[in-house]
Structures are given as C-alpha cells and as structure tokens.
Design a protein around this ligand. Structure first.
Ligand SMILES: Cc1ncc(COP(=O)(O)O)c(C=O)c1O
Length: 437
C-alpha cells in the first residue's frame, strides 16, 4: 500500500460515523465489473452494486466511452430555453421502458431531487386542474425518499428527520408493513399485511380527499433494510387512490432499471402509479442523474393549462449532457446484455442462497425479492446496530462489500452477476455471522 497523498480529515462524509471511519478507513481505489479494489490492493466483491446503483457492473467500457466522447463534444448546454439531443433521446428510451402511458420524463440529478420534483408536480397538477386544495402528502413509516426537505417529510426513518425541525406541513404517514411475527423468513412477498393499505382510507376520512394530493411509497422499501410489500398491498393502495382522485407515486430510485428483473417494479407488481421517480441505475451510477416519469394525463394537464412556463421548477443540470450520454449507453447495455432477464433468471437461486442463512446464530429474519435481500440480525442488548456494523466490517475484511442499516445486512448486487458470485456472497456472510457473537 502506497502512503496516502491526501488527508482524511477535511472531508465531512455523509451518513457515516466520521470519527469511527477515519480511525480505521476503508478506501476503494478502483473498480471493474463485479469488484472493487481496496487501497491495500485486495479485490472486494460488490454485493450492493455500490449503493444499489451500479446495475451494469463497474467501469463498463461502452458507458465509459460514451461519457468520454460526450465530454469532448458538448460538455454542457443550458437547460432553460435550450435543449440538446441526448436529453430528448434518453427521455424517449426511458418512456419506452416504462409501462403504460408513463411517457414523459423530467430530469433531476439525484433521487432526492427526483422525489422533490415529483411532490411538486403533484401539487401543481391538482392546482392546474382547479383542485388547489389538494395539498396534503402521504408517505410511510420507515420510508426513505432521500434527504431534501420533501423527501424527509414524507420519509419515515426517524434519525433522518429528528434534527431538522418541522419539515413540510400537511404530511401523514401510512404504517410500515414489516412485522417479524407475521412474516419472518418469507420468500418474496409476505402473505400477511395487505390490509395495512386500508389505513389510507382512515387518513382520507380524517382530512377529506379534497385536501390530499398524493401518496408516495417505495414499492420495495430499500434503505430501511429491504421490506417487501405484502401480496395485494400495492394493488389496494392503487384502488384507494383511484377512488379518491389521489396521485400514487412509486419511488423507484432503487427498484428501477432491473433490480426486480423488470425495467420497473410497477411492471413487476402490475400496478400502475401516476409517477415514477428514478435515479441510480439509469446511468449505472457513472454520472449522477435522477428524474420523474409521469403519466400522459398528468403531463397533458400542464400542457393544456395557461400558456407560458408550465412548471416553475428545474435544475441547472437537468438532463446534463454527460449524464444523458451515460444513461443512453447504460440502457443500451442493459438491452444488449439482457441484464434485466439475467436478474430475473437468477432471482430463484439468489433466494435459495439467502434463505440458507435462516437458522444461523442471531439471524431473526431473511427476506428477498428479485435481486434484493435483507438479513436481519438480533440487536445486541443496549447496542442497536453494533452487531450489524461488526458484520459489515468483517465481510469487508473477508473481501465482500455489503451494506448495513441498523442490524440488517442488505444485498443488491450488479445485474451481471453469476451463480458463483451468489455462492461467494452468501458463503462469506454465513461465515461472518457464525464468527460474531
Ligand atoms: C427510494 C429512494 N429514494 C430516494 C433516494 C435518494 O437518492 P439520492 O441519494 O440520489 O438523493 C434513495 C437513495 O438511496 C432511495 O433509496
């Protein structure tokens, strides 16, 4: 290992215990396909696609080439009153991938911005149709929708909210659907829990539908530790939203672009939301990009409203040329290598492998869907998160990158993986779980 030519101290790392990390840093210096290389020259198998995002695998040549060429051709084009071909082409490809009449794309630069954009579109949509009283937003407990004020307001992860004041007003939360007694070790969607969607009726009865703009949910909750929707739950949410004229937003920042073996979870679950937020996998994380896909009636409502700027919202980097080029090359690669189909065909093997951990010491739940898995460990008395963190560190020492939320390990590998990667992922996790007390 060569000596570091940089200081660890000045960088304030996000969502990281900075003092703990800097005392024993884990530094990644390069990556290729399924692996990272750490600063001490070890190959680390990536079981999390970075942060649920490197769906095509690392440093893939066609994507790298497209970014390089774009940087040499058109580095930036203004987004207001100007356009460039890549943004239009990418929007068209995404619209083709999305189900039904989800056919207009608004670009942002991250999942957080995508969520804020979708919430604002929902409010403005009702207003442009003459229903300006529909301002309330409904999220869900344990939800993660990024870190903007919109996202943390509808989000439901307490530590992400508690330090930041009153957040957006007029937000309610559905109950989360995770229940260890009723659904531990379910394979795929749990049988129990569809009735929890009926809580939406209670919220509507309290506020009246005429005041409610939208419901936003992750079809599968990722960041809280892979919480899979009960059978029939999303369908019920859709039906209740339809009954009351409420928009349904699926936050597919994690589930979009093949994670469940389809382009979007909406297709996998056969439930049509009014909007989909996306990010991460759209560029396989090579260049930051996010966005919102809206159904035709939503777009049309704006386009038949007053003349002029239809939506006073946008970012300097909406549809940035490098991101658009990366997105086009990424979606082409998904298509050419049939990566969504690969994810779908490996899902049963992945499921069997993760469920082989059931019964190991301290494993209280194993859950999975598509190429997402959560392994929940019992917390140590008085030290929530300590066992999970130790597992993460030991996996890394053993050559495996996993992710941990509290005491739940999460796996969401690149879609290019093979069965031998799956064996290595869950073999390593099994050994680590057996080692730690
Ligand atoms: C469902 C969901 N929404 C939004 C976000 C926020 O995305 P970003 O970190 O790109 O802002 C994430 C990030 O993990 C996410 O999982």
């Amino acid at each position: 290992m060569s000596p570091r030519d940089y200081d660890l101290e000045p960088f304030w790392m996000p969502f990281t215990a900075n003092r703990q990390f800097k005392a024993a840093p884990r530094i990644l210096v390069s990556a290729k396909d399924m692996h990272y290389t750490s600063e001490d020259g070890r190959k680390i198998l990536d079981s999390t696609a970075g942060l649920w995002c490197v769906n095509a695998g690392h440093c893939r040549e066609p994507i790298v080439r497209a970014i390089r060429t774009q940087a040499e051709t058109l580095d930036f084009a203004p987004t207001f009153q100007m356009g460039h071909p890549g943004a239009f082409r990418l929007a068209q490809t995404i619209a083709h991938l999305a189900p039904g009449d989800l056919d207009h794309v608004f670009f942002a630069n991250s999942g957080s911005e995508a969520v804020d954009s979708a919430l604002k579109i929902a409010l403005a949509y009702h207003r442009v149709r003459g229903e300006a009283s529909r301002t309330r937003l409904i999220g869900r407990e344990r939800a993660y929708h990024g870190v903007g004020f919109g996202g943390i307001s509808v989000g439901g992860m307490t530590p992400n909210r508690k330090a930041f004041g009153t957040l957006l007003p007029g937000v309610d939360h559905l109950p989360h659907t995770h229940n260890l007694e009723k659904m531990a070790n379910s394979r795929g969607q749990p049988d129990w829990g569809a009735h929890l969607a009926d809580e939406l009726e209670r919220i509507v009865a309290l506020h009246d539908a005429s005041n409610i703009a939208a419901v936003i949910v992750e079809p599968v909750q990722g960041s809280t530790g892979v919480v899979v929707p009960p059978k029939g739950y999303l369908q019920r949410l859709r039906a209740i939203c339809d009954k009351h004229g409420i928009l349904l937003i699926f936050d597919e920042v994690i589930t979009g672009f093949g994670r469940l073996g389809k382009a979007f979870a909406a297709e996998y679950f056969d439930v049509m939301p009014d909007m989909i937020t996306f990010a991460k996998g759209v560029t396989s994380a090579t260049v930051p990009m996010g966005g919102v896909i809206v159904r035709k009636p939503v777009y049309d409502a704006f386009m038949s409203g007053p003349d002029g700027i239809e939506l006073f919202h946008g970012y300097t980097y909406s549809g940035h040329p490098l991101a658009a080029a990366a997105g086009e090359a990424t979606l082409a690669l998904y298509h050419e290598e049939r990566l969504f189909a690969n994810a779908a065909s490996l899902a049963p093997y992945f499921e069997d492998a993760v469920h082989s951990l059931v019964g190991l010491p301290n494993v209280v739940d194993v859950r999975n869907i598509g190429l997402m898995a959560g392994i929940e460990l019992a917390p140590r008395t008085g030290k929530p998160g300590a066992r999970g963190y130790e597992a993460l560190v030991r996996c890394f020492e053993a050559g495996l990158l996993t992710r941990v939320t509290g005491d739940t390990l999460a796996c969401s590998p690149p879609l290019i993986l093979t069965t031998s990667h799956i064996d290595q992922i869950f073999g390593t996790i099994a050994s680590v779980i057996k080692e730690i007390a």
